[in-house]
Write a protein that binds this ligand. Structure first.
Ligand SMILES: [Zn+2]
Ligand SMILES: [Zn+2]
Length: 248
């Protein structure tokens, strides 16, 4: 593999792309890739939303504690919070980052994910010390893509908020692309797909800790559930909150 798991191709790719808005192409200051009007126009996830999976309602939902995605499920994570709805410019942004390898977008995406920290369940809690954990990719997929999009976002988010980042999980089984599967198949496909890293097994960094589990997109929650299950049951994490750029 050309890049080590711990290194960050996004850091030096920052220097290769001329600073202009990814969506409207207007020129920008160095290091920025979204102009303010385009950034402000991205569709935000806003209240009222499902208190488990973060699915936003149209404002008339009588019971904000459950939604069609999770009324018959119980997730291992405490709750999930995304910043953007997976449509329009928001979808294009993440798609370019992930599939067209526009790694220089990592900073914009991480600062958008950081908006989710304004959720009052997080902003009102100033005592908890959080550790950022990225959702891992299988090494074969990472070799093909040459980076893990979740880790790039997680690393920059950790830098922005002065939080520790810890690669506590590894993907031990290569799984079929989740996008082709229904919810039940996704869960079966993922069961046992994640394990703790050897380092976490040896040092128990996360025992009793609160974790921000970071990914690019939250769809059915199957991946986040399986990661959170391992973090709680095997690492002994006390709390897992899922943060993503998109809510699919
Ligand atoms: Zn723009
Ligand atoms: Zn829900």
């Amino acid at each position: 593999m050309f890049f080590g798991v711990g290194s960050s191709p996004a850091r030096w790719l920052d220097f290769l792309f001329p600073p202009s808005c990814h969506l409207c192409r207007s020129p920008l200051q160095r290091g920025r890739y979204l102009c303010l009007p385009c950034r402000d126009s991205l569709p935000r996830v806003s209240s009222p939303l499902c208190l488990q999976c973060g699915f936003p309602f149209d404002g008339t939902q009588p019971d904000p504690t459950s939604c069609p995605n999770c009324e018959d499920r119980s997730f291992a994570f405490d709750f999930a919070r995304a910043t953007l709805l997976a449509r329009d410019g928001a979808r294009e942004l993440v798609h370019s980052f992930k599939y067209e390898r526009r790694l220089h977008l990592h900073h914009e995406l991480a600062s958008l994910v950081a908006e989710a920290l304004d959720d009052e369940r997080l902003s009102s809690d100033t005592n908890t010390e959080w550790t950022v954990v990225p959702v891992p990719l299988h090494w074969r997929r990472q070799q093909w893509r040459w980076f893990n999009q979740a880790r790039e976002i997680a690393k920059t988010l950790a830098d922005l908020r002065a939080l520790p980042i810890h690669d506590a999980l590894r993907r031990s089984r290569f799984t079929t692309q989740q996008t082709l599967l229904n919810r039940k198949q996704r869960l079966q496909n993922l069961h046992g797909a994640f394990q703790l890293t050897r380092r976490e097994k040896r040092h128990h960094f996360l025992r009793g800790k609160a974790v921000f589990l970071v990914d690019d997109v939250f769809t059915t929650g199957s991946t986040a559930h399986e990661c959170a299950r391992v973090l709680k049951e095997e690492a002994g994490a006390e709390k897992v909150v899922v943060l993503t750029a998109l809510r699919g």
